[in-house]
Design a binder for this molecule. Structure first.
Ligand SMILES: Nc1ncnc2c1ncn2[C@@H]1O[C@H](COP(=O)(O)OP(=O)(O)OP(=O)(O)O)[C@@H](O)[C@H]1O
Length: 745
């Protein structure tokens, strides 16, 4: 561009040509700059003059031209100097840049080598990760396959079991009807036997009666013939006497006629008559007695007739009965035959039942094995997924609670996938279905519950951090699940059972060279204040606000362990010692009566067992932690009926439980910030919730219809917890001895 020349970015002004032609050198004392055109104009400039011979003018003009030429030369020289300086500067800069470049090159080479190494390492890692991934995928595939197979086997076993059960039910039904028939036949047989024997008795009695009656008849007949004979005699006598009397009368007439003659004869006759009269009277009385006897005999005859007719009736009856007896005997024979057949059938059925029972036992064994495998696979899948596991437990109805059939709001699905894992809650006619890792029905015993968690206890011995906590509304059975019912060994809770298992396993692992050290601590969080439940200083335990901020402060160290400053830690050697400590802690716990529970826990109870194991032969070290937590009951303020201090407690409980929910949901959503510090409970449990722990939550439910709303809240919370992935727990194994300080996790 004309008039522009760059020098390090600077714009040079155009040379004022006019001025140059008209002015002298000193006038250009300031910095004068030339453009290319200026220089060319200057070089091609012809010295102007008015007169060829005006030497002065020519000389002046020439001088001016020379001056300008000098100026131009000076400008060139300056410019050259500038350029030389600039060139030097650039040279230096270039050298420096070259040096810098060389340095950079060296650095780059070093960096490149380093990066190459890193890339190599990453490639190796990537390859090993890929190998591991492939391995895990094949394992997962194998696990899925075996799960599928196991499912199929289970379905097959279940269908077989159903068929067997059906067959069994059918056979049992048949057996029952056969038994009933046998029973009926037996009863009939017995009845017939009784009837038969009674008939025989009756028959023999009748025979006796008949014999007696025959004898009586014979005797009566004899008497009658005797009487008839004597009557005949008497009649003859009477007739003779009557004849005599008539003859006497005739002779009396004769005698009357011969009265006088025969007075003596009459007197004698009178005597005679008197005698005869006496005789007659005697005979009359005799006749009368005989007549009476005859009537008696007649009566007797009637009785005899009656007896005879009775006899003939009875004979007929006997004949009929004998016919019946024959028919019954025939029937009995037939019944005997069918009984024999039935007995044979019964024996056969018994045998087939025994066989079916055997098959059923076999199928049940297979089912148990399948269930065990399923559980193992489920556990593996859960571990791979890194979820918090959730078990649901429904407590039985207590006395005084509404147990009517219509009021039932909880049911358990029986479909194959949901069996033992599903729970349906009915509220206002709407059914809410949930599935957890396990659902315990009200009849489940403490032992049944413990069996399901015993593997987790084993994990703690193997060097894992394990955390089990019970969540649920007040009065739903959290303390019962964790601690059990004091004084009843069958109703011991999870905490004493866990410790028994740990002490037993410790004993059995001794033969393999393992030695374990166990340390226990117990604390409660009451109104956001930590209380040491094993402290022997009662005042310190109960004082709410007297705790210095330094005391019982929760501290997490770099290796993920949690310590509670100045908390009492006890070395334990037997489960008896732990029971004693648990009793001590239970006495120190904050409990109170609420509208929902007579003995309500008003604080979160945290039992911690630190397990440090060392194997002398392998020099292996494990450090596990078992945290067992009985949370305070969740409850609505309106329902709890709390006022005053109880209201304060309830508010503190609800706040910390909602913080627990916030933490879990932040983890579930994989948020950057997880609000562990919002409550003492969540801060204390940070390592358990944050991933490096095997965590199990019990959600306790009451079947009381009036608690359906609370139960639904608890189940919804538990379902969200169940869906929450917190990462995979790691085993804490070391080759060198560890620091034996107690930590919560
Ligand atoms: N599975 C069960 N079998 C028999 N009784 C049970 C069962 N679960 C709970 N109970 C009884 O129900 C009552 C309330 O149980 P518990 O005190 O354990 O409830 P909780 O959830 O700990 O209550 P809170 O939160 O108020 O402390 C107790 O009398 C307990 O014995």
């Amino acid at each position: 561009m004309v008039g522009e020349m760059t020098n390090n970015g600077r714009i040079r002004p155009s040379f004022p040509v006019k001025d140059l032609t008209s002015n002298e050198g000193s006038e250009y004392g300031g910095p004068v700059e030339f453009t290319r055109e200026d220089v060319e104009t200057l070089l091609h400039e012809r010295i102007k003059y008015k007169s060829k011979y005006n030497y002065k003018e020519r000389c002046e003009n020439t001088m001016d031209y020379v001056k300008r030429l000098r100026l131009c030369i000076r400008w060139f020289q300056e410019l050259e100097l500038d350029y030389a300086f600039e060139q030097e500067k650039l040279k230096n800069a270039m050298e420096m840049n070259e040096k810098h470049c060389a340095d950079l090159e060296v650095n780059l080479k070093v960096k490149e080598e380093e990066l190459n190494m890193v890339i190599d390492e990453l490639r190796k890692n990537f390859a090993s990760v890929q190998v591991q991934l492939a391995k895990e995928q094949t394992e997962k595939l194998a696990a899925n396959e075996s799960l599928g197979k196991e499912r199929e086997a289970r379905i097959a076993v279940e269908s077989l079991q159903a068929a067997i059960t059906e067959e069994l039910a059918k056979t049992q039904g048949e057996l029952q009807t056969a038994n009933q028939r046998i029973q009926a036949v037996n009863d009939m047989y017995k009845l017939l036997q009784e009837y038969n024997s009674s008939l025989q008795l009756y028959n023999s009695k009748l025979q006796g009666d008949l014999d007696e009656a025959h004898e009586n008849i014979k005797r009566g007949e004899k008497e009658r013939t005797g009487i008839v004979e004597s009557i005949g005699n008497l009649k003859g006598q009477f007739k003779a006497l009557q004849d005599q009397l008539a003859a006497s009368k005739v002779s009396q007439d004769d005698v009357m006629k011969q009265k006088d003659e025969l007075v003596n004869e009459i007197v004698s006759l009178k005597v005679e008559i008197q005698q005869v009269k006496d005789d007659r009277d005697r005979h009359i009385t005799e006749i009368e007695t005989l007549q009476a006897e005859a009537t008696k005999q007649n009566d007797f005859k009637d009785t005899i007739n009656e007896l005879e007719s009775k006899c003939s009736v009875q004979n007929k009856e006997i004949e009929e009965l004998q016919d019946q007896l024959v028919a019954s005997e025939r029937k009995l024979q037939v019944a005997d035959l069918s009984t024999f057949e039935k007995m044979n059938e019964f024996e056969e059925q018994k045998e087939s039942i025994m066989e079916l029972k055997g098959r059923l036992e076999e199928a049940e064994l297979k089912l148990i094995e399948g269930e065990k495998l399923r559980k193992k696979l489920h556990n593996t899948i859960q571990e791979l997924k890194g979820n918090i596991r959730v078990f649901c437990r429904v407590r039985p109805l207590l006395s005084g609670e509404n147990s009517s059939e219509e009021a039932k709001t909880i049911s358990y699905p029986t479909s194959l996938e949901a069996l033992g894992r599903g729970i349906d809650l009915l509220q206002n006619g709407q059914s809410h279905c949930f599935t957890f890792d396990k659902v315990f029905v009200p009849s489940a015993s403490q032992e049944d519950v413990f069996v399901e968690i015993s593997q987790l206890v084993q994990s703690a011995l193997d060097g894992y951090k394990v955390c089990i906590f019970a969540y649920g509304q007040t009065g739903s059975g959290k303390t019962y699940t964790m601690m059990g019912r004091p004084g009843n060994p069958d109703e011991k809770g999870l905490i004493p059972r866990c410790l028994e298992q740990i002490f037993q396993t410790r004993q059995s692992l001794r033969s393999q060279g393992w030695k374990y050290e166990l340390q226990v601590s117990m604390l409660e969080i009451y109104n956001e204040t930590i209380r040491d439940l094993l402290s022997t200083n009662k005042e310190a335990v109960r004082a709410d606000n007297g705790v210095s901020p330094q005391k019982y402060a929760i501290k997490h160290d770099a290796s993920g362990n949690t310590h509670v400053v100045e908390l009492t830690v006890v070395d334990v050697r037997s489960s008896k010692q732990v029971s004693f400590l648990l009793d001590h802690a239970a006495r120190n716990r904050s409990v109170g009566k609420t509208a929902m529970n007579e003995q309500s826990s008003r604080s979160h109870f945290v039992f911690t067992l630190k397990i440090s194991g060392f194997n002398e032969s392998t020099e292996q070290q494990v450090q596990g932690v078992l945290n067992l937590i009985d949370l305070a009951g969740s409850e609505r303020l309106s329902k709890s009926g709390s006022t005053g201090d109880r209201l304060k407690e309830t508010q503190a409980i609800n706040k910390s439980l909602s913080s627990l929910g916030d933490v879990i949901f932040a983890l579930a959503k994989k948020e950057d910030h997880v609000p562990f510090r919002n409550s003492k409970l969540t801060y204390l449990l940070q390592p358990c919730l944050g991933g490096d722990s095997k965590t199990l939550m019990f959600v306790n439910i009451t079947p009381e219809p009036s608690s359906t709303g609370e139960s639904l809240c608890s189940l919804r919370f538990a379902a969200r917890v169940n869906a929450c992935e917190i990462g995979t727990a790691h085993r804490h194994v070391n080759a060198r001895p560890l620091d034996y300080r107690l930590s919560l996790g």
